[in-house]
Structures are given as structure tokens and as C-alpha cells.
Design a protein around this ligand. Structure first.
Ligand SMILES: Cc1ncc(COP(=O)(O)O)c(C=O)c1O
Ligand SMILES: N[C@@H](CCCC[NH3+])C(=O)O
Length: 453
């Protein structure tokens, strides 16, 4: 008999949990996710290993979709912010869930184009799009989110004179403060993204005279890992004011994209709002404001990343060396670190972890869990309580589905891990582990160097 693993399970909003939805202990006391034994996965595929639980991801998708239907009487389209974790299998899943795809680069665009994502559901973002990226979007009639005047200047050159106008959205910086790490706030006036509220009126007026472009929507994204609902309530109000302004100038504005940003639970003390309450807050505000102004409801778009895929993902590591500094601290090292999870060193993020074969044992000792990289800041978890462990034990870190693989690096020429998708006791490889010799592939040794000795 398996038992539910005691991280607290909110079945309809996965972002409120520490662990994927079906995280259980088998008869031998081993952790399983999606019906797959984690020790077996580590043995078969090696570590570090990213594991993604399909049920948790699909449940989060359903929560967004159902909440939009329940709370928003207009048309809606949820998109996935693919920067959170991008690969073709994920695009297939998101497409099948009726989601669109937010891309910021030609790599993220290609992933969707080769990942069964309908082009009319893809958006191209970015504060410094290349000609290649813009051309790719134009070729596939993908909606472009205009971030700045440079975007417009480039598009002016690329769009043929007699062709149909390109459909674009404008990114607005609404000047909203939210409590999250400084590096992941994007809605403040001093942000590098978008047009601020003082500029937007002039830009909208100027665009009225541009037959090569059609502004069909407005977009804003205020930041990430946000636990308050008030900033998104404020954002919705501001954006309806902007829609009123744009429509009064004659722009055929149909879309309002409210961005993403809903936080997830990384540690016991985190308490993010549910997906349902996030959508409800935004939808209600938009409906009320539109009623007040007698405006037609816009099509409501949102583009969550972390709250879709974050909780679905975990990372498995093998424990290695141990260093005890008497009276000071004990370091335990894993076989990965800041290359597969750069969030701790970047944002001081906290995580929850345990041993996969001793998940229900009393905790005994506080350790500092560190990576294998040549960097003192390569710490994964400070003050982690673990039972007595030994080299070779498998450790699981929860909540690594978002912004781990996608922000990973080859620092110290460490290859990136595989990703395994688990569902109904089946495990499928969706990203192959890099091999050390592949890392040499892009090296070029000029002949004059190789003939020197
Ligand atoms: C433009 C844009 N949209 C959506 C997102 C997704 O944010 P999150 O993963 O917090 O939902 C981000 C990242 O912060 C973003 O920059
Ligand atoms: N990369 C950030 C999220 C924001 C990125 C997109 N604006 C993180 O790991 O928390």
C-alpha cells in the first residue's frame, strides 16, 4: 500500500503544494512520483535528473482553463510562458491543453513551431528582438508584442508595403510595485521592458497613422513569484483604462494580456494564492471596470510559467562528499548544483529537500547542501535537516520545474541533466543528458595553435 506523502496536497491548485500531486511512499519507504520509483529512475537515467509529473502540470492547466471559464464571461486564452521550461514535449502538452505559447527568442519560437503549437496561439516577446526573430514571427503570422520604438523601426523595414498589416500587441509598464526579488520585478517605471504610462498615449496616437501595423492588444507583466493579489487587481484596472484610451483613438483592440507572475510554494512557510483566486481577482476587476466604462469585454490572455510547471518538477541528486567543520557547519555535496539550479545564487531562493529512501524518518542533523561547482556561493539549501546520510544516497529537491532547466548552464563544463516525464507509472525521456564530449563540439582550435608544439 502506498501512502500520500505528507507535504499537504491541494488537489486543484498545484502551486499551493510542495510536491507533485501524486507523491507517495511505497512499501519499502521509497518515494514515488506519478507511480514511478525515484530510486529506480536515478539508477536508470543517472543523476542529476529532472523529473516532471504530467498530472501536476495538466492539473494546473485545467485550473487556469476552468477558472477562466468560471469567472470570465468573455473569450479567453491562457498561454504558457515558455521561458519557465522549454522543450518540444512541453509544447505538445500545452497545445493539447488548449494553451498558447509565449516565446522570447527564436529558440523558444522554434520549440513551439516544432512542438505542435498552433501559430495563432504563439506570441513573440522581447526587449531586443533580432531581425531573424521578427522575420520568423512575420513569416508564421505570429503576434508580436512591441516592447519599444526600436521594435517598430525594425518592423517598418520588414513589413512589405502592400502586404496585410502585422498584428501586434503593445507592452505597457504600469508602474506597479510588488513584493518579490528585485531581479524578477518587471512592472515598475524603471523597468527595461515596455512603454510606461506617460509614453503610451503618444505611441498609440502615432500608430493610428501606420497602415502596416494593427494594434490588436495590450500586454503587461508585473513580475514573478508574487504572493499578493492586490497588484494584479491594480494592474487589471490600469489596463482597462488603457484599453478605453486605445479604443477611443480608433484602435481595434480586442486582446488584453495580463502576463503571469503567480507564485508557488517552495518551503513550508510559503502560502501563495490559488490559481482560482488569481484568475477570479483579475477577471472580476476587468468585468467591473468594463461595465463602468460601458466597454466590450476584451479577450483575456494570461501567460503563467512557474505556477504551471514549477511544482510539477523535482530534481534528483546523488550525495557525495561530506565536510564537517566542528562547531561551525557540515557541508554535504551533490553531483550538480548552480549549473542545473542557478536560482539560489541568483535570487537567494529557498527549496525543500529530503532523501528519497528515508523521506519519513525523523530529521537528525542540519547540513548545508552544496553543489560541485568551483564557487563558494554554489549552495542549494542552507540549514537542511536530513537524517544521517551516506555517499550514494539519492536526494530530491522539490519545486524545480520552473527556471531550473531553462536557466541552466555548462559552468565548469558540466553537462546538462536529462528530463524525464512521469505519468501513470510510465517514465519517458523528454530531454537527453548532454555528454561531456558534446561540450567540445563548438570549440575551434585555429591551426596556428595546434602546430605550435
Ligand atoms: C513577459 C512575461 N510573461 C510571463 C512571465 C511568466 O512569469 P511567471 O513564471 O512568474 O508566471 C514572465 C516571467 O516573469 C514574463 O517576463
Ligand atoms: N527567472 C526568474 C523568473 C522571472 C523570469 C521572467 N521574467 C526566476 O527564476 O524566478
Amino acid at each position: 500500500m502506498t501512502q500520500n506523502y505528507g507535504f499537504g496536497t491541494c488537489l486543484d491548485s498545484p502551486n499551493k503544494n510542495l510536491a507533485p500531486l501524486v507523491t507517495t511512499l511505497d512499501r519499502e519507504g521509497q518515494l514515488e512520483i506519478g507511480g514511478c520509483c525515484l530510486t529506480a529512475l536515478a539508477n536508470q537515467y543517472g543523476t542529476p535528473l529532472y523529473v516532471l509529473d504530467e498530472l501536476t502540470l495538466r492539473t494546473a492547466c485545467k485550473a487556469y482553463r476552468d477558472s477562466l471559464i468560471e469567472f470570465y464571461p468573455g473569450i479567453s486564452l491562457p498561454l504558457y510562458a515558455s521561458k519557465a521550461n522549454s522543450c518540444r514535449a512541453l509544447s505538445y502538452i500545452l497545445a493539447s491543453e488548449g494553451f498558447g505559447w509565449d516565446a522570447v527568442s527564436s529558440g523558444e519560437l522554434l520549440t513551439a513551431l516544432e512542438g505542435n503549437m498552433p501559430t495563432q496561439r504563439i506570441l513573440l516577446h522581447g526587449n531586443n528582438k533580432s531581425l531573424h526573430e521578427l522575420n520568423l514571427a512575420l513569416k508564421h503570422r505570429i503576434t508580436i508584442v512591441i516592447d519599444n520604438v526600436y521594435d517598430l523601426q525594425m518592423l517598418a523595414q520588414l513589413i512589405p508595403n502592400n502586404g496585410p498589416p502585422a498584428s501586434v500587441m503593445l507592452r505597457v509598464t504600469p508602474g506597479i510595485e510588488c513584493h518579490t526579488h528585485e531581479y524578477i520585478r518587471t512592472g515598475r517605471l524603471n523597468s527595461k521592458f515596455g512603454f510606461n504610462l506617460n509614453e503610451i498615449e503618444d505611441i498609440l496616437r502615432w500608430l493610428i497613422g501606420c497602415p502596416w501595423i494593427q494594434v490588436t492588444g495590450l500586454h503587461a507583466h508585473i513580475g514573478s513569484q508574487i504572493f499578493e493579489l492586490q497588484p494584479h487587481h491594480d494592474l487589471a484596472r490600469i489596463m482597462i483604462d488603457m484599453i478605453k484610451l486605445a479604443r477611443s483613438m480608433g484602435h481595434p483592440l480586442v486582446d488584453l494580456n495580463i502576463g503571469g507572475g503567480l507564485g508557488i510554494r517552495y518551503t513550508e512557510s510559503d502560502c501563495p494564492p490559488s490559481i482560482q483566486s488569481w484568475i477570479k481577482t483579475i477577471a472580476k476587476t476587468i468585468v467591473l471596470k468594463c461595465k463602468e466604462y460601458n466597454l466590450r469585454l476584451p479577450r483575456l490572455l494570461c501567460e503563467p510559467g512557474r505556477s504551471l510547471v514549477g511544482t510539477a518538477g523535482i530534481t534528483l541528486y546523488t550525495l557525495g562528499s561530506r565536510k564537517e567543520i566542528t562547531g561551525i557547519k557540515t557541508y554535504v555535496s551533490v553531483d550538480g548544483g548552480m549549473s542545473d539550479n542557478p536560482r539560489r545564487i541568483t535570487y537567494k531562493s529557498n527549496y525543500t529537500a529530503c532523501l528519497v529512501n528515508q523521506a519519513n524518518l525523523d530529521y537528525q542533523k542540519n547540513i548545508t547542501l552544496v553543489g560541485k561547482h568551483c564557487e563558494s556561493g554554489d549552495v542549494l539549501i542552507e540549514d537542511l535537516s536530513l537524517p544521517i546520510s551516506k555517499p550514494g544516497d539519492i536526494l530530491i529537491v522539490f519545486g524545480t520545474g520552473a527556471y531550473n532547466m531553462s536557466m541552466s548552464s555548462n559552468y565548469n563544463r558540466v553537462p546538462r541533466p536529462s528530463t524525464i516525464l512521469v505519468a501513470s507509472s510510465k517514465a519517458d525521456l523528454i530531454q537527453l543528458r548532454e555528454q561531456p564530449d558534446e561540450l567540445l563540439y563548438h570549440d575551434v582550435v585555429p591551426p596556428r595553435l595546434s602546430t605550435l608544439y
